[in-house]
Design a protein around this ligand. Structure first.
Ligand code: PHB
Length: 393
């Protein structure tokens, strides 16, 4: 078998891997993108839906992007607690907005754009080994969709392959090296056929636990309620699901409709110990996981990619290592801000099984303090709509 040669081997065709291949191609740097999943699987998996304004500004420049035709701009969210709703007005507080545009739609756009541009993009390709990251020619081996072995030699390897990253051990030393936090609750998520129950998202802290009323389109709603991490998504009847959701957003009558998808999302916070070693780096969920309450997951992946793109341009076009040497520290700066925000939104809005009456009253005090202060609302809005992307290293 003869090894193939590329400049950047990107493992993972999620938002991070695909966007990186696009940005590198703009600078004339070729790459191979590999993913163990099928194209259908990638394009159909339901993930989160909120894009920061900065993320939209990157995606809208990509040929064929439907973010403005299919996505919806959201100028605020509602925090609901103690029987009242409080709107956080994003443009009024920050001059920025967010867009509701589901991740699988982003992926459909990116895959189409990359294939149209002639990107070497391989689905069903399993990577088995990543070697030589401390040499100038790291290599990966694996098996393609037809079961044939492959070997790729690159100038750089990128792990954009999600929370079960096969590249992570080569960068961080092991799968688990890093900083973790588990949460004693999860989200029960549904998709249902019914028009949105509210124009904007509602994040509701209720005595029975958290619920989030989101949407996917004019005819489909995405909703979540806090549940036990061990909950079986199929154990509840539709009627029980509606009763649970309705009880968690007192004051709003939810539009009900046929539930066509249900899942349980575990909550975890994680930051890998090392983001880069030699000629390999991690981006997106391969490097970190955030609980979904702050809607930061995909946006954080985009922020990593913008930095790594700059670092790789300098390394591969100018033979200048200063950018790649600065990558980990620069990425970590935003990662920990997003970790904090995601943890904060989660802990402020959920009812922990361990919480005492003191904790419950303190939490309401915190929510009142945030919404009654313009500074508090602005802080939340700045974090939610996203800090400006740093593009220089
Ligand atoms: C979603 O619509 O899936 C969604 C929205 C906001 C979040 C999390 C998930 O914070």
């Amino acid at each position: 078998m003869t090894a193939e040669r590329t400049r950047v081997a990107i493992v993972g065709a999620g938002p991070a891997g695909l966007l990186l291949s696009h940005l590198l191609a703009e600078a004339g740097i070729d790459s191979i993108v590999l993913d163990s999943r099928s194209r259908e699987d990638i394009e159909q998996t339901i993930r989160a839906g909120i894009l920061e304004q900065g993320t939209v500004e990157i995606l809208e420049k990509i040929e064929g992007s439907r973010v403005h035709t299919m996505g919806h701009r959201h100028d605020g969210v509602e925090l609901r607690f103690a029987g009242e709703g409080h709107r956080i007005d994003f443009p009024g507080l920050t001059g920025r907005s967010v867009w509701l545009y589901p991740q699988h739609e982003v992926l459909i756009d990116l895959i189409a754009a990359r294939l149209a541009a002639g990107q070497d993009l391989r689905f069903g390709a399993h990577v088995d080994t990543v070697e030589g990251v401390e040499t100038d020619t790291p290599r990966i081996t694996g098996t393609d969709a037809e079961g044939r072995p492959f070997e790729i030699v690159a100038d750089f390897v990128v792990g954009a392959d999600g929370s079960r990253s096969v590249v992570r051990p080569s960068v961080a030393g092991s799968m688990t090296a890093g900083y973790f936090r588990e949460y004693p609750f999860a989200w029960f998520g549904i998709l249902c056929e019914a028009p949105p129950s509210s124009d904007e998202l509602i994040y509701s802290n209720s005595p029975n636990g958290f619920a989030l009323i989101s949407q996917r389109s004019d005819t489909v709603q995405r909703m979540y309620f806090q549940c036990d991490p061990e909950a079986d998504p199929n154990a509840m009847s539709d009627a029980e699901i509606w009763e649970t959701l309705q009880s968690r957003v007192p004051g709003t009558s939810l539009n009900e409709g046929p539930i066509f998808q249900r899942d349980v999302l575990r909550f975890r916070s994680f930051v890998v110990s090392e983001l880069r070693k030699g000629r390999a780096a991690l981006v997106g969920d391969a490097a970190h996981t955030v609980p979904p309450t702050g809607a930061k997951g995909m946006n954080l992946a985009v922020a990593d990619v913008i930095l790594l793109n700059e670092a790789l341009r300098r390394l591969l076009l100018e033979n200048d290592e200063s950018g790649i040497d600065a990558y980990a520290e620069a990425a970590r700066h935003r990662i920990w801000k997003a970790q904090h925000f995601s943890w904060w939104m989660t802990s402020m809005l959920h009812l922990s099984p361990e919480s005492t009456e003191f904790d419950r009253y303190r939490q309401l005090g915190e929510l009142h303090a945030v919404v009654e202060s313009e500074a508090g609302r602005r802080y939340l809005a700045e974090c939610y709509t996203g800090w400006p992307f740093r593009t220089t290293l």
